[in-house]
Structure formats: structure tokens, C-alpha cells
Ligand binder design. Structure first.
Ligand code: CDP
Length: 279
């Protein structure tokens, strides 16, 4: 054990100029791409690439809650299942739920319970599924941010989207959005999620130790990053639902043929002509 600790301390995570192993500065996010509406069966869905993470989110509901004894006559349940595919990490992950995935599912459910207008849908359930296809640290933040887009795609009424990002400490420096090596060999990791419109914090966890000032710095970095992620989430929804003039023309029925040009009027009969019979 002592040997391992010795090896971990020797991993160099930052160069002399303050650049991290992947070339990022301390306040720089990994590249992020979000796509809304990627699954046909689900009521709402989203796919997110965040650095080395690949995450799929699907949402069903509000639909009748099962088993029935879980139904709440006053509000909808917001249930989440976070799952890591066995092939998502380099060491094969044992399929099925474990302590970690149960914990992540719970904190994500709680984060969304505070934004979904659950009281409008008594006895129902909003079911959120997060599948991590490839993991590279920060999967709960990526899963939560993707699920938020999937909820909006499903048309579930919410106060706002939820945007999430982690910050942590590596080599004594507070940095945003740690990757796998930084998470493994760094000093602390602090994932959080906010409701950007109100600034409310709906998820906050910490692994490791930060001083009060470091924690403040980490929160500032995460809040700034969450606002950037919020823009990417809204862009994904805009791309899915915005309609161009071209789309309208493509979908509208063909225009009716123009009316036939007017026939020339018959010639006016002479004044003394009173028709075939006369009067
Ligand atoms: O993914 P997140 O940072 O939200 O959660 P974590 O528990 O801090 O896990 C950090 C990373 O460890 C994951 O993203 C995976 O890359 C890795 N991990 C793994 O390799 N095997 C596991 N069974 C669990 C996590």
C-alpha cells in the first residue's frame, strides 16, 4: 500500500507553465458536444460527448408509477437510473448496480426533483435513464447535464435546465473539470450542479480535502463552467426544435394551381335585338 501511495505522488499532472497533462489551463473545460432527440422510442433523449466521456440519456413520462405502492397522490416521482456499461472503463466493470451507481442515481434524482413541476402530475413517475458508454471522470456531471436536455426534449415541465460540472485540486492548484488521471491522482474532486436561472445549487459533493478559499475558488470555476454548459444545452434544444423557412416550405402542402385566366366577355347584342322570340 505504501508503495502505491509513493507511485501516486510521483505522477506529474501539471507542467511549469501551469498547463495540465491534456494541455488545458486550470479554468478550461474539455470539449463538449450535446445532441437532443437521439432515440426514437424514448419520450425525450440526449447524447453527450464530454472529453473522453460518452453518455446517453433517455426520459419516459410522466407516466403511471410502478410499483403502485410507490405512487404519491400529491406529486410525481422523479426516478433516475445511472448505469456504467461494462465496456465503459478499461478494467471491465461488473455489470449491474453497485454502491457507487446507486449513490449517483439518488443524487441525480434529488437534483431533478427540485426543478420538475412534480405537483402537476400526481401518481406518476418521470423515469430518467443514464447510460455511460465511455467513462473518463465527471460522468455524473455529464449524465446529469445530458438528462436535463432529455427531460426538456420529453416536454417535462421544469423551472429550468440543470447544468453540472466538477472542479477539484491537482498539485495544489484548483482546476475545473478533472479528467480521469487528474481524478485518480489529484487531491480533491467536487462535483456540483446548479439551476442557472436562479443560481440554486441542486447537487454538491466532495471527494478529498479543500480549504475554505480553495472551495470558494472551485465553486466559482464550476458555476462559470455550468453557465457555459447551459448555453450548449440550450443550443442543442434550439437545433432540435428551431424551424427554418426551408423546413416550412418542405412540409407545407403544394400551392393550388392558379385560377384560369378570365374568359373574354360575350359581345354586347345590338339594342333592337330582343332575343330569338322578340317581345
Ligand atoms: O465519473 P464521476 O467522476 O462522476 O465519478 P467517480 O466515482 O469520481 O469516478 C471517476 C472515474 O473513475 C469514472 O468516470 C471512471 O472513469 C472511473 N471509474 C472506473 O474506472 N471504474 C469504476 N468502477 C468506477 C469509476
Amino acid at each position: 500500500m505504501e508503495d502505491i501511495e509513493h507511485i501516486e505522488k510521483k505522477v506529474k499532472l501539471m507542467d511549469a507553465s501551469g498547463r495540465r497533462l491534456d494541455g488545458r489551463k486550470s479554468d478550461e473545460l474539455r470539449p463538449i458536444r450535446v445532441e437532443a432527440g437521439v432515440l426514437r422510442r424514448a419520450d425525450g433523449s440526449a447524447y453527450m460527448e464530454w472529453g473522453g466521456n460518452r453518455v446517453l440519456a433517455a426520459v419516459y413520462g410522466p407516466r403511471e408509477a410502478h410499483p403502485r405502492h410507490l405512487q404519491d397522490p400529491a406529486r410525481a416521482l422523479v426516478q433516475c437510473r445511472y448505469n456504467m456499461a461494462p465496456f465503459s472503463v478499461s478494467d471491465r466493470k461488473r455489470p449491474g448496480p453497485d454502491r457507487r451507481s446507486v449513490e449517483i442515481s439518488k443524487v441525480i434524482s434529488e437534483a431533478f426533483s427540485s426543478v420538475v413541476f412534480a405537483e402537476q402530475f400526481p401518481r406518476t413517475s418521470v423515469d430518467i435513464f443514464i447510460e455511460v458508454l465511455q467513462a473518463d471522470a465527471g460522468t455524473r456531471c455529464a449524465g446529469l447535464s445530458a438528462a436535463s436536455v432529455a427531460l426538456a426534449d420529453a416536454g417535462v415541465p421544469m423551472r429550468d435546465l440543470v447544468a453540472s460540472c466538477a472542479s477539484g485540486k491537482i498539485e495544489g492548484v484548483v482546476c475545473v473539470d478533472l479528467n480521469k488521471d487528474e481524478d485518480n491522482f489529484g487531491d480533491a474532486d467536487c462535483p456540483m450542479a446548479i439551476v442557472p436561472r436562479t443560481g440554486e445549487i441542486v447537487l454538491l459533493q466532495m471527494d478529498g480535502h479543500l480549504t475554505y478559499d480553495e472551495f470558494q475558488k472551485a465553486m466559482d470555476l464550476s458555476i462559470g463552467a455550468a453557465h457555459r454548459i447551459y448555453e450548449l444545452q440550450r443550443d442543442a434544444l434550439r437545433r432540435r426544435y428551431s424551424v427554418t423557412l426551408e423546413d416550412i416550405l418542405k412540409e407545407s402542402p403544394p400551392l393550388p394551381p392558379p385560377p384560369p385566366s378570365e374568359e373574354p366577355l360575350p359581345p354586347i347584342p345590338p339594342e333592337d335585338d330582343f332575343g330569338p322570340e322578340g317581345i
